[in-house]
Design a protein around this ligand. Structure first.
Ligand SMILES: *Cc1c(COP(=O)(O)O)cnc(C)c1O
Length: 408
């Protein structure tokens, strides 16, 4: 099976059809470049959807994972391993979490959010209002595909086929302070879950003043403010976590955050961080768990990823390359580009008409990977160690996307 179309036919034949036909079959990568099985090379401005933080096959990441695989790859939670202990401590340090804060490891973003939803339910129960306490999520939010996280995910097309879901979740438009206040006035609220930049909706900022208001309402009503950092975390916006970026959060401290995507540089991992003792005490032995939680291979991959981000100053690089990317795209005079926005290396180009899928195909032909985050926007999220020359190379290709591509 050497022909790529033959491989894709086989893929279609054997896989559950939930993703549609993949664009190509990838074989190997190096840094910001990846090759398909037909030998074509691509500059990757998607990085596995903001997952491959340090690019493909970083020698230190590869060595760490290989070393760990040769020692111990899984234990179950009857036992602990040193990588998981070290990673938990490291994450709390990076999040500047106060004494008493805790980490729960899961295996994906949606699982981190499942833990967050259970946390809010435990909080409501402790308050004595569990029967009718509501959970607030935002319109256009994406929190995952499992039934709990899906209940807090906005897009009707992916949520409605699975209803009824968790009851008592209310959606509020980001920025609508009055609507948010009104929900609190109507009765008990367990908490709010929100992204600071809605990645899947098109890289849209929720707005610092709205976040500030949410914090105040949660404080006044003893509700939890949980920030979903699955896409924005681990350096993606030039800060370890987006809530540490004053422009996005107005300095607001959440009660908990969830993380996943970039945390282990391509190894599946996710989780929940609770801030301070009071929130951290909600989960007790037996109240949550997962066979793979804190898996040593994943934890070692996470430590290696964080180590590389620190050694190579990749927070600074994400900030600088992001500015370079946005400025170059705004100056490239492509009439198709209405606006360019984002933070660090999480960015989107707003298009003049809904041709994002055709644009993605055109870009692939030219050797650049991006994604159509909605019909009228391209998402660009290169590895955090993308170089200045590679940004130029990508912009060169992007600047030539033709205007008159077919609409979706
Ligand atoms: C991707 C994403 C998720 C879901 O993560 P999975 O690992 O796909 O389950 C949740 N929240 C946000 C903000 C995401 O971007």
């Amino acid at each position: 099976m050497t022909d790529m179309n033959e491989q894709l036919d086989s893929y279609d034949h054997y896989h559950m059809n939930v993703f549609g036909r993949p664009l190509m079959v990838l074989d190997h990568g190096q840094g910001s470049y990846v090759w398909d099985t037909a030998g074509k090379k691509y500059l990757d401005f998607l990085a596995g959807i903001a997952v491959n933080s340090v690019g493909y096959a970083h020698p230190k990441w590869t060595a760490a994972v290989a070393d760990q695989a040769g020692k111990i790859a899984h234990t179950s939670n009857y036992f602990a391993t040193v990588p998981q202990i070290e990673l938990a401590e490291k994450l709390l340090t990076l999040a500047q979490a106060p004494e008493g804060s805790r980490v729960y490891f899961a295996n994906s973003g949606t699982e981190g959010n499942e833990a967050a939803l259970k946390l809010m339910k435990l909080h409501a129960k402790r308050k004595g209002v569990s029967k009718n306490a509501r959970i607030i999520a935002l319109t256009h939010a994406f929190h995952g595909r499992t039934l709990g996280a899906l209940s807090a995910t906005w897009k009707p097309a992916i949520r409605e086929p699975f209803e009824p879901l968790i009851p008592n979740i209310e959606f509020v438009e980001a920025g609508d302070v009055d609507a948010l206040t009104q929900i609190f006035n109507q009765g008990p609220v367990a908490g709010i879950i929100m992204e600071l930049i809605q990645g899947e909706a098109g890289v849209l900022e929720v707005g610092a003043s709205f976040v500030q208001k949410a914090r105040q309402l949660c404080d006044d009503n003893d509700a939890l403010l949980i920030i979903d950092e699955v896409q924005t975390g681990m350096g993606r916006t030039g800060h370890w976590f987006a809530f540490q970026n004053e422009q996005l959060s107005a300095g607001v401290m959440p009660d908990a955050i969830t993380f996943a995507k970039g945390v282990a540089g391509g190894f599946p991992m996710g989780g929940l961080i609770t801030f301070g003792q009071r929130v951290s005490e909600l989960f007790t032995p037996g109240s949550h768990g997962s066979t793979f939680a804190g898996n040593p291979l994943a934890a070692r991959a996470g430590l290696a990823t964080i180590g590389i981000i620190e050694e190579e100053n990749l927070l600074e690089n994400a900030t600088a390359r992001g500015i370079q990317l946005r400025e170059a795209l705004m100056n490239c005079k492509n009439d198709l580009f209405v606006s360019v926005h984002g933070s660090g290396l999480l960015n989107a180009i707003e298009l003049a008409h809904p041709c994002a899928h055709a644009a993605v195909e055109w870009l692939l032909n030219q050797g650049l990977i991006a994604n159509a985050v909605n019909p009228q926007a391209l998402r660009l999220a290169p590895p955090l160690n993308v170089s200045s020359a590679q940004i130029e190379e990508g912009v060169q290709i992007l600047s030539h996307i033709p205007y008159d591509l077919p609409n979706d």
